[in-house]
Design a protein around this ligand. Structure first.
Ligand SMILES: C/C=C/C(=O)SCCNC(=O)CCNC(=O)[C@H](O)C(C)(C)COP(=O)(O)OP(=O)(O)OC[C@H]1O[C@@H](n2cnc3c(N)ncnc32)[C@H](O)[C@@H]1OP(=O)(O)O
Ligand SMILES: NC(=O)C1=CN([C@@H]2O[C@H](COP(=O)(O)OP(=O)(O)OC[C@H]3O[C@@H](n4cnc5c(N)ncnc54)[C@H](OP(=O)(O)O)[C@@H]3O)[C@@H](O)[C@H]2O)C=CC1
Length: 445
């Protein structure tokens, strides 16, 4: 691995030098183990500790197939899907790997007793498989996490609708929290030159998801002037949704849980902010009963902040805890767009407020090829910025996932894989200088 890192860091290396480097037999990767999927049985979700299930292992380099690329990963980031994998909820991801492995001979590679996780990367292409022409060894890239086969016409208009749609590093093996990753070459996109490796690795998954969910016509199709209620507005998804709302001329109403997080939203440019903790909303009286009075109190507060208007679009992901309130506070004809259920997937809401007021609920998941590309283009143009707060070493990935699980983090947390230190990989210092404050907005808070 040292030779690979030296070649990547040498300004004199040519694509031919990178292509000629021998691949190592093994590399270091963050894994969960199939024989440990029951280790947290009987524990409450919050007590399942990713530090116990996440391992750093030496693993063999996978065989490279047609249309694929092996990438030397300089940095990656922690997404909540890696938290789900590490606590084996809502189900063990080994079932996904087994199912994928049954589809064809080459896919069997993914069905292993260990799962290399991680759905973001920034790095350098080492090898490409047969049929790959657009990318060469030496290219500096980021990878989005949509893995599709596209053999069925179902996905030909919107690649997220492919029946064999998988999230790389969650429903496939050989993910990004490792020194080497295996991706389909269609996942590759140019690394934004004004960002360091760890900054470039941070937005991918959440930025693309927020783009589809909020901006794309496949999601809420946000327009200028829309009041957008953003749960967790300084978190992974929310910090990008807030930026998209502001950049698109909408009015974000940011919900957070501390004065510090409120301050981050203010620094991004948001003005309407609700501290759900300070204002003490309790949408559930007990485990089974919601409190519509609390939905109303929340809606009243939103009206205070908007000058009497209700919400056009709710950017939903907490799920069970907030969904009833989200449906209630949406205006007549408005949209609730949801991509997750962090607090529970069995939602309950009063359907009278949905049908009588002609509201719509839209399910959204990651982003199609084109949406991921467009979301990355906005990062590359400096219109949307990474929200990286803290960076961990590969050895400390368990702690990083623990912090995300316990909501101790801000924005995104990064992981250095091959990069020996932070701040490397910047190729466009002029553009960086123009955006430095925004790039560093979440750092070390
Ligand atoms: C980018 C980042 C994203 C995130 O972070 S998202 C958050 C993390 N992700 C998650 O939490 C999602 C995890 N995934 C899941 O929980 C499960 O993955 C699903 C609930 C999404 C799906 O469940 P499953 O069991 O994998 O698949 P089934 O489709 O329920 O298949 C079970 C059986 O049900 C049959 N079936 C499906 N639809 C129908 C139907 N409409 N009518 C009759 N049968 C149906 C199938 O065929 C199959 O059958 P047979 O077991 O015999 O093969
Ligand atoms: N389907 C898809 O494509 C994707 C789905 N996801 C899923 O979305 C969810 C969020 O991901 P991400 O944003 O990266 O995670 P983060 O933890 O970074 O951010 C989520 C934020 O939501 C807020 N939150 C958490 N629990 C609650 C609650 N019970 N009530 C209200 N607010 C809450 C918190 O903000 P605060 O405490 O400040 O209010 C938190 O910071 C995860 O479940 C993840 O798996 C993520 C990406 C893609």
């Amino acid at each position: 691995m040292k030779d690979i890192l030296d070649a990547i860091q040498s300004p004199d290396s040519t694509p031919a030098d990178i292509a000629a480097l021998p691949l190592p037999e093994s590399y270091r990767a963050i894994t969960v183990h199939k024989d440990e999927t029951e280790m947290f049985a009987g524990l409450e979700t919050r007590d399942k500790d990713p530090r116990k299930s996440i391992h750093l292992d030496d693993v063999p380099v996978p065989e490279l197939g047609p249309g694929e690329a092996l990438v030397a990963v300089m940095a990656s980031s922690v997404n909540y899907n890696s938290v789900w994998t590490s606590i084996f909820e809502p189900l063990s991801t080994f079932g996904f790997l087994e199912r994928y492995g049954r589809t064809n001979e080459l896919a069997k590679r993914h069905d292993l007793p260990y799962h290399i996780i991680g759905s973001d990367l920034a790095g350098v292409v080492l090898r490409t498989g047969p049929g790959v022409n657009a990318w060469q060894p030496g290219d500096e890239v980021v990878a989005h996490c949509l893995s599709v086969e596209l053999e069925s016409s179902d996905g030909h208009n919107d690649t997220m609708l492919d029946p064999e749609q998988r999230i790389w590093g969650f429903e496939t093996n050989f993910g990004g929290l490792a020194e080497i990753a295996l991706v389909k070459s269609n996942q590759l996109m140019p690394k934004p030159g004004h960002l360091s490796w760890e900054e470039a690795a941070a937005p991918g998954l959440v930025n693309s998801t927020a783009y589809r969910q909020l901006v794309s016509r496949n999601g809420a199709g946000m327009k200028q002037g829309d009041n957008v209620l953003i749960w967790g507005a300084s978190g992974g998804l929310g910090s990008y949704a807030t930026q998209f709302a502001l950049a698109g001329g909408a009015n974000p109403i940011c919900v957070v849980s501390s004065p510090q997080k409120a301050e981050i939203c203010r620094a991004m440019g948001a003005e309407a902010i609700i501290d759900r903790n300070a204002e003490g909303y309790r949408f559930w009286k007990d485990e089974n009963t919601q409190d519509p009075k609390e939905w109303k109190r929340f809606g009243k507060r939103i009206r205070e902040l908007t000058g009497g208007e209700d919400i056009d679009i709710v950017f939903e992901h907490p799920g069970r805890e907030t969904f009833g309130a989200s449906v209630f506070v949406t205006r007549k004809g408005g949209t609730i767009t949801t991509c997750a259920s962090t607090s529970g997937y069995m939602h309950e809401y009063d359907n009278r407020y949905l049908w009588m007021s002609l509201k719509r609920i839209i399910g959204s998941h990651f982003a199609n090829y084109r949406e991921a590309w467009e979301a990355n283009r906005l990062i590359a143009k400096g219109r949307i910025h990474p929200t990286l707060s803290k960076v961990y070493s590969l050895e400390d990935t368990g702690q990083a996932a623990y912090d995300v699980h316990r909501n101790l983090h801000q924005g995104k947390v990064g992981v250095l894989c091959l990069a020996p230190e932070e701040g490397l990989g910047v190729r466009d210092q002029d553009k960086r200088a123009q955006h430095l404050d925004a790039i560093n907005r979440f750092r070390n808070i």
